[in-house]
Design a protein around this ligand. Structure first.
Ligand code: FAD
Ligand code: FES
Ligand code: FES
Length: 1349
């Protein structure tokens, strides 16, 4: 290597090369490609292609998925692959064809079948995730037009949806698969699924008026893969003609150098030893975005042949360092298919790790070299490479060397022995030997697309024909600052026989060797240590079995231990939905009760639906970025903006002094500031903002603002608040009966407690506001993603010091809300409005995911403490319960949330003597707020804990104790509301029979007797959810209906659309009342200048309230049109409208509704709290892995009383979506806070919501038949929130399984299990021989990484 190559950089002088690529078939030539720009920013901001969404900017949600296509000259093949546009550097796209959701179809032009089917199968609710999911499916079909369901599931590993619960997406896309039996419509005449009706499964019950199909696959456009858009021919010839791949792009802060030969690469690396090598950018992209790293020189070696080649040697397979993980997977799979099994043990271990490595979009671009060189302590591949002695070939300009990946390769946190001027060129992965066995395992909070807690690879080689260990390598990730090897333990086991004695010594030795500091980052110390042992045990069993399979005389694996060695293999989910069909004879035009598709679904699937940040940029628009506190509790001593204000593009900073009106804000009490005033009370407290020309400039400048604090002692946790008596007033009490007498009557009294963690809303669209000053009279127009247009209007007006009539708030749609956009949206919209007012220019801000999670709060964590008195029969006779919620640094809606918790403290159980008290803890966390269920789930969760304790302490089946205590018709709640039209018992019985509860119980018990290390659990849980806002005045709604002279109807009501299908239901209501098809009715938006003083779209009551208001308005109009119908009975709707118009009839009407007979008073415990109740019951079965704490959701059966459903597809969508969100709440989602109150989990990388792979394998949802409700519109019932709690069935099924596991260790009786039932909690609760070797550190002797808030 002579170092004289004229490199790209020199050749380009000081200029940039042209970047040529294609987007949706259109050629783009970019002369100023900035190395720091992502494809997503370019698409959305430069090309105005807003169909591709931003959900996280870290590759964790898939909302930004697009397809890239490349022509490979050496193979003459086209490569199509899905990628995350948020991480794809623009500069990496030279000679690439980009296909976005807009490129494959549109409502106006022609829908692509992948767009149409997700919509018609009801797989799009808020629609924010939909374009990404569409593109993942599209990319799959481009590569494989007849995929299997397993392929579909793999394609979606990197996509998240927060609304649908995934089932309808899979159901819709099943029609493309082999299992879906879809022939693309070609067999239309001879038994095609499209002609035969639904793609949904048939119900086992043959009931005539029950329907099980929510869509009709016969309506789908056939899929014809030959009709796909072609790869641009010009691009193919450009690629063929390209003589050199060397490129140079210069930006403001970084230069991108793309060498096209190894020589040039090495020369550049020698010249720029600090240059960052970038291949997939899945690490570097995160560092730049979230760690504020600036890399002035970027080297992109992705097209160097040596770094892409795959070679077979005598010893193994050599992969170029730039080979993607997907490519490596494909090659290794082929090896496994062709080579004898004993040679592919290493490959199988890598494939096992790859199965759970990120999502497909990441694997399609991430390189092997990137994973090694990042040197992350939780890399999933490095343990395998180390345990199996892979060899790395390193080059610098003077030559090369080969190093083995052993325990000396990683020298410290993210450091290796590779020298700055060296690069990694290839890695050799060896074939395994005849007597070698390799095992790899990754344990993470969520199975799919998650980073490891502990990840391991183990390799053992035996003396031929024996079980005597010749060589042993144990490598772990997640147990130190680097991937590490348990060398001491391995050494001790050499020469030993593979048997129980070795196992015992290995475990004792690992417990000593694999230690962690109790304060270690990542926490979970006991769990992580236990995992090192548990995983070794799995390895031990696996090897034992393999030895015996090979005929070696080794110890026998006991039959009850075999399942411990099974690797998790997902099963394709199946589902049944059952609902009452509309009575025969009802006209087809009457759509009420029919499973009509969400009215925006098609637009959402094509990217045409406009969300707030998709509103085109105003000409003089500016962008705002928040300056937030990094301290939980502090005085602000000084703020230095000098650096920030001198940065490029910055226009000004905004602080409290810029607020012309009042800085005091808050949805109920004005106990907050818009911008902090000398004091901050949480991390994330908004102090000010920077306004600049672009988002990037504003964000960079906001990070450059320097703030000095004088720190004060924060109160972070509920326990700290209790100790400090830090509570908001009032402390609510709800009491009924005679508590003392109740406890006296009881045969037994037990006490218990439980903590329930909070939950992040994780709406896919983060908070966003665009404020546009109108230039006169202080008028301001705001486009906001909010559930609360009127509250936004009034708080913005207050901030600006203008009357509310100057402020118009418009809400087209939200990309999800779930309560998170009920009040906390105003923390952003008021700031943006203040900035727009100051500058008299439009200002926009869409929070990044990490900011949104930091600033806006979530579901209240709760701590419940109870004393329960019960009879020998299991009948509960007295209950005294204390609830403490972590309210955060302001009151927000915390009192109402607590009230709802108290209203639900007995869940569905009749308790004669009861007292509940609720304390709102004032802490230094961001204010917690509304979240689907609004305190109800927290209240009921504690109830399910004591009812389980009662059953366990009596040794009785929990379902019997639950059934015994269930309310009956006519009984009264603790707040003296009589239960009429009570259907819970019917739901219970139907759920028992549909789930086959008794048979399942027997099967589960048998399974548990036969398996020591995996256990199954079963639980059936009821819910009774009170419908109405607990604040009386909110139970009102308005509507405005205009009929235009062409007969079209513009409908407006007070509710907002966040995916829950409210607008669709309102159109259905109007359609029925006016007697016209839905196609004549349009809802454009929710706005404060059409329907004033609206209640937030919340409390599940929006269909009830707004539906009745719409009905009222339509009835008024109908009455006005009546005479014209009578005069001309054969006329059309248009005829009547025209006639009325010419007769000078007002064709606009205002509707109004208020819920009658409400008004509960806590002081007197009288008055009706709720209009009615929605009931439901769920039965779930789970399986836990006692060694790792992982669980599988085997089946869930839900029976829900939603009255006469207005739209069964939407209602079932709500049931399933809420249930899966509840599954997240109770089994997975964990917010971690440091003891100083810093939120440590701020994105999908660290905060895991359920993914496609987490849904129950069998899911049945049945809407209770013949259950009219005379309290709401057309006999329907509210459905948005109530089903969420039913996922508690999974939590208590897990607890049931843990009980079985504890039984094996001789432990019985009630035990505390906090929520969520995370892998850590499950593992720790399954106390056994391994956990005993890893006792926790003494509390109080260390400062933990995170605390339970
Ligand atoms: C959403 C998401 C999920 C993820 N999931 C996982 C997971 O499950 N398991 C896991 O282990 N990791 C995971 N990662 C981490 C990451 O994807 C991998 O480490 C990946 O292999 C990095 O490859 P890359 O090509 O994208 O690296 P880049 O970001 O391009 O580069 C990473 C680093 O490697 C260096 N480098 C790259 N190539 C060379 C070379 N040839 N010579 C010298 N230095 C080089 C770069 O300088 C840089 O420092 C995840 C990341 C994301 C964003
Ligand atoms: S925005 Fe790209 S993955 Fe979330
Ligand atoms: S529809 Fe998937 S996130 Fe809303």
């Amino acid at each position: 290597m002579n170092g004289t190559t004229a490199d790209t950089e020199t050749r380009s002088g000081s200029g940039s090369d042209e970047l040529v690529f294609f987007v949706n078939g259109k050629k783009i030539v970019e002369r100023n490609a900035d190395p720091e720009t992502t494809l997503l920013t370019y698409l959305r901001r430069k090309l105005g292609l807003t169909g591709t969404k931003l959900g996280c900017a870290e590759g964790g949600c898939g909302a930004c998925t697009v397809m890239l296509s490349r022509y490979q000259t050496h193979t003459q093949q086209l490569l199509h692959y899905a990628v995350n546009a948020c991480l794809a550097p623009l500069c990496s796209l030279h000679l690439v064809a980009v296909t976005t959701v807009e490129g494959i179809g549109s409502v106006a032009r022609k829908l692509h079948p992948v767009q149409e089917r997700i919509a018609r199968a009801h797989g799009s609710q808020c629609g924010f995730c939909t374009p990404g999911i569409v593109m993942s499916m599209y990319a799959l079909l481009r590569n494989n037009p007849t995929p299997k369901m397993a392929d579909v599931e793999e394609a979606f590993q990197g996509n998240l949806c927060r609304c649908t619960g995934y089932r309808p997406i899979l159901e819709g896309y099943k029609t493309f698969t082999v299992e879906g039996g879809c022939c693309g419509g070609r067999g239309r005449d001879n038994g095609c699924c499209m002609a035969n009706g639904s793609g949904a499964e048939e119900s086992s019950e043959e009931v005539v008026d029950e329907s099980t199909s929510l869509f009709n696959a016969a309506d789908f456009t056939p899929f014809d893969p030959t009709q796909e858009i072609i790869f641009p021919p010009e691009l193919m010839s450009l690629t063929n003609c390209e003589t050199s791949a060397s490129l140079c792009f210069r930006g403001d802060r970084a230069t991108w150098l793309q060498p096209d030969s190894l020589d040039e690469f090495l020369h550049l690396k020698w010249k720029h030893p600090d240059a960052r090598v970038v291949v997939g950018n899945t690490e570097v992209g995160i560092e730049v975005k979230f760690k504020n790293m600036v890399y002035p020189v970027i080297l992109a070696p992705a097209f160097i042949p040596e770094l892409n080649e795959v070679r077979h040697t005598e010893d193994g397979v050599v992969f170029g360092a730039a080979c993607t993980l997907s490519h490596m997977g494909a090659v290794l799979r082929q090896e496994v298919e062709t080579l004898p099994p004993h040679r592919t043990e290493v490959f199988l271990a890598i494939l096992e790790q790859l199965r759970w490595f990120a999502g497909l979009q990441i694997r399609n671009v991430a390189a092997i070299g990137g994973n090694i060189m990042t040197a992350s302590p939780i890399s999933d591949l490095n343990p395998v490479f180390m345990a199996t002695g892979c060899k790395l070939t390193l080059f610098d300009k003077d030559g090369s060397r080969v190093v083995q990946m052993d325990d000396s390769f990683f020298t410290g946190y993210r450091r290796t022995t590779v020298r700055p001027q060296e690069v990694l060129v290839s890695i050799e992965i060896p074939y395994s030997k005849k007597t070698q066995f390799v095992f790899a395992f990754k344990q993470s909070p969520r199975r799919e697309d998650d980073i490891s807690i502990v990840t391991t690879a183990m390799s053992v080689t035996f003396n031929p024909g024996t079980d005597v260990v010749e060589d042993l390598k144990l490598s772990y990730g997640g147990m130190a600052a680097t991937t590490t090897m348990a060398t001491e333990t391995a050494k001790k086991l050499l020469g030993r026989r593979w048997g129980e004695e070795l196992l015992q010594d290995a475990c004792s030795s690992l417990a000593e060797e694999m230690t962690l500091d109790p304060s270690v980052p990542g926490g979970m110390v006991t769990y992580r240590r236990t995992l090192t042992l548990s995983l070794f045990y799995k390895f031990y069993l696996t090897v034992l079995q393999k030895l015996r399979d090979q005929g070696v005389k080794a110890e026998e694996v006991q039959s009850d231990c075999q399942s411990a060695a099974d690797l998790f293999h997902p099963e394709t989910p199946s589902s049944v939905q059952v609902y009452q069909a509309v009575p025969e004879g009802r006209g087809q035009d009457d759509v009420v009760g029919r499973p009509m598709m969400h009215l925006s679904a098609l637009k959402q699937a094509t990217g045409e639906a406009v969300y707030c940040d998709d509103v085109p940029l105003y000409e003089n628009e500016l962008y705002l970025s928040l300056i937030t506190s990094s301290r939980a509790h502090a005085h602000i001593l000084s703020i230095d903006t000098s650096v920030a204000e001198s940065m490029p593009g910055v226009v000004c900073c905004v602080f409290a002094d810029d607020i012309p009106g009042s800085n005091a804000t808050g949805p109920v009490q004005y106990d907050e500031t818009i911008l902090a005033d000398r004091q901050v009370t949480c991390v994330g407290h908004i102090i000010g903002a920077v306004v600049a020309d672009t988002q990037l400039h504003a964000q960079r400048a906001a990070k450059a603002v320097r703030i000095q604090y004088e720190e004060l002692q924060p109160v972070v946790t509920i326990q700290e608040a209790i100790a400090a008596q830090s509570f908001y007033q009032p402390i609510r009490t709800l009491q009924n009966g005679d508590l003392e007498a109740g406890f006296k009557q009881a045969d037994h009294i037990l006490e218990g407690e439980m903590h329930m963690g909070g939950q992040e809303h994780f709406y896919l669209e983060t908070n966003v506001t665009l404020a546009v000053p109108r230039g006169e009279d202080g008028e301001m127009e705001l486009f906001v993603s909010t559930q609360s247009a009127s509250k936004t209007q009034s708080l913005v007006a207050k901030a600006l010091g203008v009357p509310a009539n100057r402020v118009v708030v418009r809400v087209k749609r939200m990309g999800g809300g779930f309560g998170g956009k009920e009040t906390r949206t105003t923390v952003l919209s008021t700031v943006v409005a203040v900035a727009a007012n100051k500058l008299k220019r439009p200002v926009r801000c869409m929070l990044d995911r990490d900011e949104d999670m930091l600033v806006t709060g979530g579901r209240h964590p709760f701590y419940g403490k109870y004393k329960v008195g019960f009879l020998n029969s299991g009948k509960v006779v007295a209950l005294d319960v204390l609830y403490y919620s972590n309210a955060g640094n302001s009151m927000d809606l915390s009192l109402s949330v607590m009230e709802r918790a108290l209203f639900h403290m007995e869940n569905s159980y009749s308790v004669a003597n009861v007292r509940g008290r609720g304390f709102l803890c004032r802490t230094n966390l961001p204010s917690n707020t509304a979240f689907r269920g609004f305190g109800g789930p927290q209240g009921m969760m504690v109830a399910e804990s004591w009812i389980t304790d009662v059953a366990q302490s009596l040794g009785r089946p929990a379902d019997e104790v639950r059934r015994l205590n269930l309310y009956v018709e006519g009984e009264s709640t603790p707040y003296n509301q009589i239960l009429n039209q009570f259907t819970l018992d019917r739901c219970w019985d139907e759920c028992l029979s549909r789930s086959g509860y008794q048979q399942r119980r027997a099967v589960v018990d048998l399974y548990n007797r036969q398996n020591r290390w995996t256990k199954r659990g079963l639980a059936i849980v009821p819910t009774k959810f009170g419908i109405s806002f607990t604040a009386l005045f909110l139970n009102q709604a308005g509507a405005l209906v205009h009929i235009y002279t062409d007969g079209s109807v513009l409908l407006t009501h007070g509710g907002t659309e966040m995916g829950q299908g409210l607008h669709t239901k309102m159109v259905q209501v109007a359609s029925r009342v006016l007697g016209i098809p839905c196609s004549k009715i349009h809802i454009s938006e929710t706005s404060t200048n059409t329907v004033p003083n609206t209640s937030p779209t919340a409390a599940s009551a929006s269909s009830d309230l707004n539906g009745a208001a719409v009905q009222n308005a339509c009835e008024i109009l109908e009455k006005r049109l009546e005479p014209y119908k009578t005069q001309n009975p054969k006329g059309s709707w248009e005829d009547w409208v025209r006639a009325a118009y010419f007769d000078r009839v007002n064709l606009s009407a205002n509707g109004f509704y208020k819920t009658p007979d409400l008004g509960y008073d806590f002081d007197s415990n009288s008055g009706r709290a709720f209009n009615y109740f929605t009931y439901g019951v769920a039965c779930s079965e789970v399986e836990i892995d006692c060694l790792t704490g992982a669980h599988k959701n085997l089946s869930s059966t839900i029976v829900m009383d939603v009255g006469h459903s207005l739209n069964p597809a939407i209602d079932i969508g709500q049931v399933e979506g809420a249930f899966i969100q509840g599954l997240g709440l109770f089994t997975m989602e964990e917010l971690h806070y440091s003891p100083q109150g810093v939120l440590l989990t701020r994105g999908p990388g660290s905060y895991k919501i359920p993914a496609f792979g987490d849904i129950p394998t069998r899911l049945t949802v049945s809407l209770l038949r013949d259950a009219p409700n005379d309290k709401a519109i057309f006999s329907s019932k509210a459905v948005g929130e109530p089903p969420l709690f039913l996922a508690a069935a999974n939590f208590y099924a897990i607890k049931d399984a843990i009980t079985a596991a504890r039984g094996e260790s001789g432990i019985s009786g009630p035990f505390r299990l906090d929520s969520p039932a995370s892998t850590e909690r499950i593992r720790n609760a399954c106390s056994d021989r391994f956990t005993k070797l890893c006792p926790p550190a003494e509390p109080g002797t260390f400062s933990p990484w995170s605390v339970q808030v």
